[in-house]
Ligand binder design. Structure first.
Ligand SMILES: *Cc1c(COP(=O)(O)O)cnc(C)c1O
Length: 228
């Protein structure tokens, strides 16, 4: 077995262990293999090891990889999306994780309507209020959910965050817990008719902490494909 598959299976095992520590069912957590900048042969190796969910952060790269991979791959756009790229990407993704403004959501609605499709999205939340990061601030999210919830061609499936870069994953536990609590609160308010079931948080450096704190999707790149 190749190195990519070994990494993939180790990551899955570590997710399982985190689930066990938290009393969760591993079936609740989806691993997204973040393949940005990586060549096709590495994606194929991950696919052959069982990976079906792939994450990319650039529209052009995502579009170029789609036709070269099997059709049962689910493509996740996880990076910042410019409004002028929306037209190209609609209809190609399983989930867009990185909706960070009403303007972008409006553009996704417009283009999805034009193509007569419903696009599944997450709202990106800048939980730690980092200047350098995209995303809604926590206090902006409820209003955004209500506004975007009116759009007939956009379905908000949940929330996503990119936590701060830290040496010790434990230092992000409070960030993950804060977003989980907020997510549960929003679900309770039932703003989007029960369609919110996804909480995307945790990367190579901290995914096990995110799983312990309630993540339903983790996005792991380096831990599977090696350094970029
Ligand atoms: C690159 C990226 C990841 C994966 O990062 P690793 O540290 O390599 O696991 C996850 N989420 C987003 C939004 C990314 O851009």
């Amino acid at each position: 077995m190749g190195e990519i598959q070994t990494n993939l299976h180790r990551t899955q095992r570590e997710i399982g262990q985190a689930c066990q520590r938290a009393g969760r069912d591993q079936g609740e957590v989806t691993l997204i293999a973040v393949s940005k900048t990586k060549p096709l042969e590495l994606l194929r190796e991950a696919y052959d090891g069982g990976a079906r969910e792939f994450g990319e952060n650039r529209v052009q790269e995502l579009l170029s990889k789609i036709p070269l991979m099997p059709s049962d791959v689910r493509w996740h756009l996880i990076g910042h999306l410019q409004t002028n790229k929306v037209r190209q990407i609609i209809g190609k993704t399983y989930l867009i994780h990185s909706v960070d403004s009403l303007k972008l959501a409006g553009e996704i609605e417009k283009e999805s309507g034009r193509q007569d499709v419903v696009t599944d999205i997450l709202l990106e939340v800048n939980v730690a209020r980092e200047e350098s990061k995209f995303g809604f601030l926590l206090e902006e999210v409820e209003e955004a959910l209500r506004a975007i919830g009116e759009f007939p061609h956009v379905r908000i499936r949940g929330l996503m965050t990119v936590a701060p870069f830290v040496e010790d994953a434990e230092n992000n536990r409070a960030v993950f817990r804060k977003l989980y609590d907020f997510y549960v609160d929003m679900k309770t308010k039932n703003i989007d008719n029960g369609s919110m079931t996804i909480l995307s948080m945790g990367m190579t450096g901290d995914f096990w902490v995110a799983v312990e704190e309630g993540a339903t999707m983790v996005r792991v790149g380096t831990g599977i494909f090696g350094a970029r």
